[in-house]
Design a protein. Structure first.
Length: 607
């Protein structure tokens, strides 16, 4: 291959040997660049749509760069796409554009890289395990919250609209074993709502993409860890649901919660048990019960639990038939208790603002579908149930208006149900997926970096991953690649092809969050981006500027960045801000539901 080559009509040089100055020139080491090249930092799989983006303070006139994709900010009014589609030679190349620092791009041999990232995603879940069966890993995790094995049972607490606890918690029963499970996010509370979601996504990956994980990574084992906890939270023998362990916030005075302390999780086991002390509910965490035994279950939780247990039955049918049968029975029982009339506010967490879910028909559609896939004898009945809930979901005016995420699993439910459903239903579900992606693709054409949603909303990175995953689900269902470029651009955006040039997955690329709002990462990991890291952790990404007021520094935390400052400030724009600072939960708090989608998005490209 020639040392330098031009790609199409673009003013672009790609150099195999690093450090060779291209004819287009480059910014000097001392000059401040007035343009920045943004790429997927992980690299491109051959045959995938490939492009880089140029963020510039000055226009790049002429056809070589194509039209300006839109104004990003006052500082950077110009964004140009640099087409790399004709670049096929495997290896690491360098993009050089006048006025910009050179940027490496990897092409070819990347399925192995994506397999490594799948391993990192599983490592993230291992790093947030709770209970006696933790995996030490590079962050030297230790067993934690061992008192959860006999957690006192309480009724749902009441909170006001500001998220403040009203009154005291009411003890309603003896104790229950709620040990194990994964921590919710950067804190140590545990919820059935997002644990079921993360587990079911992990099980889909284990069922459909098992061969794509790296050797030595047992994805089914980590999914089973989540299942074991969910089978404790759903007591099938008494038909009782415990939906949460611990409280995040108390009243700030006489009752303190998880969010009032910054520490490693094992520190809670060293607290003395003093009933009535402000930290009593941290030392001995409550198991919150959804209702009395046999009571109707909030349909969102009933749906996603039955889906998770149905997937368990599918994945473990051959390797552990007794466990699979236990899961199937639990799934059918909880599905049968779903409250489907006079539903009221859904139960996801307390306070509800933690996970303000408002839709539940998609959960029941997915639950019935996975039970149908697991229970051949009753398949027709469950397919009919799933089709009924799919129809109810699709009748909503805003049905399918957003990406696959912890609040809306319709895209996954539609793609799982369609192959089992009659022709007319299958066509309608396929059309719903197509409409969802078409809507997002239209929005992406108006966003300079091709994002399918406004970049200044909550959960921007996982939402982009949700669209990327939905494209893969649509392709598997239909064989059509009509949305392939759109899906690739969503993944590219998450992995660095955005205004900030930041990857939002730790260990993916070279510029990822160093200062997450994760107590484990902050207190046990590196603050420089070098090991030890909480690899695989996926953060929320950019958020609206109005979300950054009043962010405090927790007592006992390690300051990060160590010298302060905001290295991404100059790239804020389009109503979005990204801050890599341990105080910045709106942008750099990792979560188990965020990371779940990387399992499917990376598997799609892992060969």
């Amino acid at each position: 291959m020639a040392l330098q080559r031009r790609i199409g009509r673009l003013s672009l040089l790609l150099v195999v040997a690093l450090g060779v100055l291209g004819a287009a020139g480059e910014a000097s080491a001392t000059a401040t660049p007035h343009a920045y090249i943004r790429v997927n930092q992980v690299g491109f799989v051959p045959g995938e749509p490939q492009r880089a983006l140029l963020l510039s303070s000055t226009p790049r006139a002429g056809a070589r760069f194509g039209p300006n994709l839109g104004r990003w900010s006052r500082r950077f009014p110009y964004v140009y796409a640099l087409d790399l589609s004709s670049l096929e030679s495997p290896g690491t190349h360098v993009i050089r554009v006048k006025g910009a620092a050179p940027q490496k791009v990897r092409v070819g041999a990347t399925p192995g890289v994506y397999r490594r990232l799948l391993g990192n995603a599983i490592a993230y879940y291992e790093s947030v395990r709770d209970g006696p069966d933790v995996i030490p890993g590079p962050l030297h995790r230790k067993p934690s919250h061992l008192r959860d094995r006999a957690a006192p049972v309480y009724a749902k607490p009441r909170y006001n609209s500001d998220g403040e606890l009203l009154g005291k918690l009411k003890r309603i029963a003896g104790t229950h074993d709620v040990s194990g499970g994964w921590f919710d996010a950067g804190d140590y509370v545990k919820f059935v709502h997002n644990t079921a979601y993360a587990t079911l996504v992990m099980l889909v990956a284990a069922r459909d993409d098992s061969a794509r994980f790296p050797a030595g990574v047992d994805r089914a084992a980590e999914a089973r860890f989540g299942l074991d906890w969910l089978l404790r939270m759903w007591d099938d023998s008494t038909r009782t649901l415990y939906f949460q362990v611990g409280i995040g916030d108390g009243n700030g005075d006489s009752i303190l919660g998880d969010h009032d302390f910054w520490r490693l999780p094992q520190a809670d086991d060293r607290l003395k048990l003093k009933p009535g002390a402000p930290n009593a509910l941290v030392a001995q965490r409550p198991a919150l019960r959804a209702g009395p035994p046999g009571a109707p279950v909030s349909p969102n939780l009933a749906g996603r639990l039955s889906a998770t247990f149905g997937l368990c039955a599918q994945v473990f049918r051959a390797s552990d038939p007794a466990f699979a049968a236990r899961c199937l029975a639990a799934g059918e029982h909880v599905f049968g208790l779903a409250r489907t009339s006079h539903v009221g506010q859904l139960l996801s967490a307390v306070p509800h603002a933690y996970y303000p879910e408002s839709e539940w028909r998609d959960d029941l559609e997915l639950g019935a579908t996975e039970l149908a896939r697991a229970d051949v004898a009753n398949r027709a009945r469950y397919v009919a149930d799933a089709a009924r809930w799919a129809d109810a979901y699709l009748k909503r005016p805003d049905a399918g208006a957003g990406p696959l995420d912890v609040y809306d699993v319709a895209s996954l439910a539609h793609s799982e149900l369609a192959p089992l459903a009659p022709g007319a239903t299958q066509a309608r579900l396929t059309k719903a997926l197509e409409s969802n992606l078409s809507r997002a693709r239209r929005a992406a054409r108006k966003e300079p970096f091709g994002l399918g949603l406004a970049p200044g909303n909550f959960d921007t990175a996982p939402h982009a991953l949700g669209y990327a995953v939905t494209v893969g689900l649509y392709e598997r269902l239909t064989g059509s690649k009509r949305f392939r470029a759109f899906g690739q651009r969503q993944l590219d955006w998450v992995l660095g092809a955005n205004a900030w040039g930041a990857s939002f997955v730790v260990g993916a690329g070279h510029a990822y969050p160093r200062c997450m709002q994760s107590q484990i990462s902050n207190l046990s990991g590196s603050l420089t981006g070098r090991p030890p890291l909480q690899l695989g952790a996926t953060v929320g990404g950019p958020n609206s500027p109005d979300q950054f007021e009043g962010l405090g520094f927790p007592e006992h935390a390690r300051r990060c960045p160590p010298r302060g400052g905001n290295r991404y400030r100059r790239f804020d724009g389009h109503g979005a801000r990204f801050v890599d600072d341990m105080r910045s939960w709106p942008t750099v708090e990792p979560a188990i539901d965020y990371t779940a989608l990387t399992l499917l998005a990376f598997a799609e490209r892992a060969g």
